[in-house]
Every structure is written in C-alpha cells, then in structure tokens.
Design a protein around this ligand. Sequence first.
Ligand code: PAF
Length: 280
Amino acid sequence: MGEPVVCTTVAGLREAIAQRVAGGAESLGLLPTMGALHRGHLEIARRTRAENDLAVVSVFVNPLQFGPGEDYESYPRQLEQDVALLAREGVDLVFAPDVREMYPDGTPVVSVTSGAAGSILEGATRPGHFDGALTVVSKLFTIMAPGPGVPFRAYFGEKDAQQLLLMQRMVRDLDHRVEIRPVPIVRSPEGLALSSRNQYLSPEQAGHALVLHRTLSALAAGELTLEQARRRVAAEPDVRLDYLVTVDPANLALVEPAPGTLALVAAWVGPTRLIDNMRI
Ligand code: PAF
C-alpha cells in the first residue's frame, strides 16, 4: 500500500479531494482525530477505508476544546508515526494543518455552541470542550464536503458517547451533508477502553483504571446498584470519581439503570481523566 498524501493546507486538501472525485472516487470517509493514534483509531481507519473510495484522516490537536490547565501543550504529537500507521491501513489522505491554518484570525468569532446537552457530564467538568470540538468538526465537514452525489461519511468512536450524540445533533441542526457512523469501543485485553491519554498512565495506574470497565460490566449485568457502583469506583486507590450515571442514550437525560440505558463514567486516575461507557 502507498503512503498517504499529507496535506497541511485547506486549499491543498480541497484540491486533492477534488482531483480524486474527478478521477472517479464515489464516496469519501473521514476519521477526525487529534493524532497519537492507537489501535482503536486504527480499527476506525480500517472501517473508513473499507466503506469508502477515498479515506481521509485528520490529525489536529484542536486548542478550542481544551480548557485552562488541561493538557493542550503536552498532548502527544507524533505525526510521522501516525502517518506510518495510517499507511498500513491504506488511508489515502492525511489532513494535518497547524493552528494558524485552521484559525488564521485566532479564536473564531463565530463558532458552534453545544447548548444544554453540551454543558452536562463532560461539559460540566470541561466547560467549552464540546463547543470547541463541534466547531473544529464543523469546519472539517465544510472543508472536505465532496459535493453533491458523493456520499460523505464521518466516523466517531462510541467511547466519547456525549461527543457522538452532539455530532449527530449538529449534523441535523446545521444540515451538514454528512452521515455520522458510530464505531464500537475498542478495549485492551484487560478491558481498558483505548484512549490516547492512556499513555499518561503508569503501569500501576493502568491497573487501577480497570475498575471502570469492571464496574460498568457489573452494573450492566445487574450485579450492582448505581450507588454501589459509584462506591466501588471511589474505593479504588488513586482513582477519583467524577460521575457515574445512567442516561437515555437518545438525549442523555438521567434515568434509572434499565435495559437499553447507557452507563457513563468519568474518573481521574492519578492526574489523568478517563471516560468509558456501556449499554445496560
Ligand atoms: O475525539 C476527538 O479526538 C476530537 O474531539 C475530535 C473529534 C477529533 C475533534 O477535535
């Protein structure tokens, strides 16, 4: 398989997409990422490749979605390694702009707001996070839209359940011509949901982090009440629970655990914030 073409400018990417579409590409799949790719991303990249004529992955650490004191500066950046991994998956184009290319005038004056659904759960602890993520993805959709008659699909992992729901909502509300395709969570053999931030964990912390998956599994199996599940996570050494709730997956409204509801958990393991979820 050939190396992907790496585009660093909006104009260059648009040109590359237009050429491929003119050359007969009949569909475009986009996997938006912030890089530091792991096996979870690569599974989504594989699906993006398999389901589309033209497979594009964006790699951009988006400053708008990081709050003060979060890990924007230290977020792992490893473009060369990411491109090599994507080459193995047969990805055609990598879009890797710098911050000035994406936001030439600095913080955009006009941006997407995530509303009430973006200010609960992750949004309560990370104010502005979803506004930033929606804004950059909205820009990516606009930049990459391949034009009428060419199906455009964007792939998002189910690990970020709230983000996925908000992306679906944005596409509906703003009439982006793109279909969102959710992809199931990929886990380590022990059950830890894969995340670029897992590389911050020491081996001991990675062991403690397994409490998230174990507790979700026990809750989903009806072996624990919600309160018992919260106590179990909170009792794990080096783990600080942010929230463990069950929601209606259609709108994130808090509900009692019941079949079809979605259990969401967020916790700090040492200084690293992790999230996970599971259908009950
Ligand atoms: O999920 C992520 O990695 C980011 O939020 C996304 C969708 C790439 C936007 O920056």
